[in-house]
Design a binder for this molecule. Structure first.
Ligand SMILES: O=P(O)(O)OC[C@H]1O[C@](O)(CO)[C@@H](O)[C@@H]1O
Length: 545
């Protein structure tokens, strides 16, 4: 594997970065820039013209993808090769949404039938619950479902459920518990009736401390309200790959939905981990979500790089990370239902590419995964857009907005759109000193003050952004959108020569946390750790400052 920074395209890009005019000039030079730098795929429209990129830039970035053997890596993933090399696992979240019936082999076993069987089991379970056939320990139908999980076993279902609120069937309410902080589950259980509450315990490993603790608390809550041990089976189902531990906990094996090693946690909402989503929106809409993702999969697997939405977004973001020193990317969702999506993309990308060791064990000598952050528009304009416009760093922005609202009242949506598009324009063109001074010409300020204030009003512009549009936020377009970002993350991991599908970095904290827990529970003060850890532990043990 050639060193990334020695690839011909990388060296050429290093020189090329000096050649990029201000975006204002790029637009002035090419009246067709918008038409030439936008494309549609899987129900999404991407305008990537507001980027610091010329035809040569794009050509070199696609050459870098080619020199990185991206096509080979894409084919290997879809084929089920064990590209998660450190765990010797395939990466097949794409198979979860491929209803073509095509065989996909993992260790010579076709996984397609089990995927379909699990979807059927989900449908039967949901029908039993929503029809009232599934009853609790006092014979009542379920009214509330509490999903217990964390990380990939929580955030996808939570964010997608929130995003598809217009599609909720209304049969049951759904609540999400993740944090081990007792406040989380306490607040969620307040007001729920144990007789009509069903817990979905989502944990691929069935070994995550937070999830186990919350599940035990949920079980205790049921028992405290009159349920017997044998009633637990009526109020718990599990989504896990660890059937033995789930059965040992007291969950009826027939109420266990499978998780597979070839699905990574942060890529798992398409599996039975998505049960809370399907419970809320129904299986037809859940299958539409899968179908939307599948459309993006087909686009990603077949489109030439120059017309490949995930590849274009990945390579432009990498351009800023590795050649402009951008430390973060911001995702701005101009749709209230999508307010949770930036956090989801944060987990997806940062747990995938926040790494420094390459596939062959070398340490990188280039930047890898940026910080992913963001929030809903227009709120961000009153919070952090100041820094986006006038801060010292370069923070490439993705703006996401549906053309039609689910709630088309008054002037709201057109004003939302005006803000979204206005922001991308301001980031691109900025405002020069001369323009600032001219705007102050009629003010009562004296000339010296006008000159000073004008300096404060200068905005450099040349701040890159992508704008992603869809007709409407539906299960289909949401599925395509999430798959787009999954593949964007994958492409960057390939170029950076990383394994995007393990997460060794989360292990040490868990191990040390278990040791700290023992010290916190000990009757003796902690003395053998560093002074800070000892001090903090002993303050907690004494319970007061
Ligand atoms: O589903 P599990 O095994 O409880 O793991 C929960 C989460 O913890 C991690 O392993 C580490 O954050 C994630 O990858 C995963 O989604």
């Amino acid at each position: 594997m050639t060193k990334l920074t020695q690839l011909p395209s990388w060296l050429a890009l290093t020189d090329h970065v000096q050649e990029i005019p201000h975006m204002r000039d790029l637009f002035a030079q090419d009246s067709q820039r918008f038409d030439n730098m936008s494309l549609s795929a899987a129900g999404l429209f991407l305008d990537y013209s507001k980027n610091r990129a010329t035809d040569k830039t794009l050509s070199l970035l696609f050459q870098l993808a080619k020199e990185s053997n991206l096509s080979t890596h894409i084919a290997a993933m879809f084929k089920g090769d064990k590209i998660n090399t450190t765990e010797q696992r395939a990466v097949l979240h794409t198979a979860l949404r491929d209803n073509s019936g095509k065989a996909t082999l993992v260790d010579d076993i076709n996984i397609a039938p089990e995927i379909q069987t699990t979807l059927d089991k989900m449908a039967q379970f949901i029908d039993a619950v929503t029809s009232g056939r599934w009853q609790g320990y006092t014979g009542k139908k379920m009214t509330d479902v509490v999903s217990i999980g964390i990380g990939g076993s929580f955030l996808g279902p939570k964010v997608v459920s929130q995003a598809l609120r217009p599609y909720w069937s209304g049969h049951v309410n759904c609540h999400f518990v993740a944090n081990v902080d007792g406040t989380s589950i306490s607040e969620k259980l307040k007001g729920l009736n144990p007789e009509t509450t069903l817990f979905l315990m989502s944990s691929k490993s069935f070994g995550t401390q937070e999830t186990l603790t919350n599940t035990l608390t949920a079980k205790a809550w049921l028992l405290e309200h009159g349920a017997k041990q044998q009633d637990v089976a009526h109020h718990f189902v599990a989504i896990t790959s660890n059937v033995a531990k789930a059965t040992e906990f007291g969950i009826d094996p027939k109420n266990i939905f499978p998780m597979w090693d070839w699905v990574g946690g942060r890529y798992s909402l398409w599996s039975a981990i998505g049960l809370p989503i399907a419970m809320l929106i129904g299986m037809d809409n859940f299958k539409a979500l899968l179908a939307g993702a599948n459309k993006m999969d087909k686009h990603f697997a077949s489109a030439p790089f120059e017309e490949n939405m995930p590849v274009i977004m990945a390579m432009l973001s990498l351009w800023y990370t590795n050649f402009y020193g951008a430390q973060s990317n911001v995702v701005l969702t101009y749709d209230h239902y999508l307010r949770g999506l930036p956090a989801y993309f944060q987990q997806l990308d940062m747990e995938s590419n926040g790494k420094t060791t390459t596939l062959n064990g070398a340490s990188v000598d280039y930047s890898t995964g940026p910080v992913i952050w963001g929030g809903e528009g227009t709120n961000g304009q009153h919070a952090y857009h100041q820094l986006l416009h006038q801060g010292t760093g370069l923070i490439p922005a993705d703006f996401i907005m549906p053309l039609q609202s689910h709630n088309p009242i008054g002037e709201h949506h057109i004003q939302l759109a005006s803000n979204c598009f206005g922001q991308t324009q301001a980031l691109m063109q900025g405002r020069t000193y001369e323009e600032s001074l001219s705007e102050l010409s009629s003010s009562s300020l004296n000339e010296q003050d006008k000159a000073l204030i004008a300096k404060h009003k200068v905005m450099p512009g040349n701040k890159p952004s992508n704008t992603l549009l869809m007709d409407k936020l539906t299960p289909d377009t949401l599925g395509a959108l999430i798959a787009l970002y999954e593949h964007r993350t994958f492409v960057q991991g390939v170029i950076w020569q990383l394994n995007s599908f393990d997460q060794w970095g989360v292990e040490l904290g868990k191990i040390l946390g278990n040791d700290v827990l023992e010290r916190l529970e000990s009757s003796k003060p902690s003395q053998t750790l560093d002074a800070s850890s000892n001090g903090l532990i002993n303050l907690f043990r004494q319970g007061t400052l």
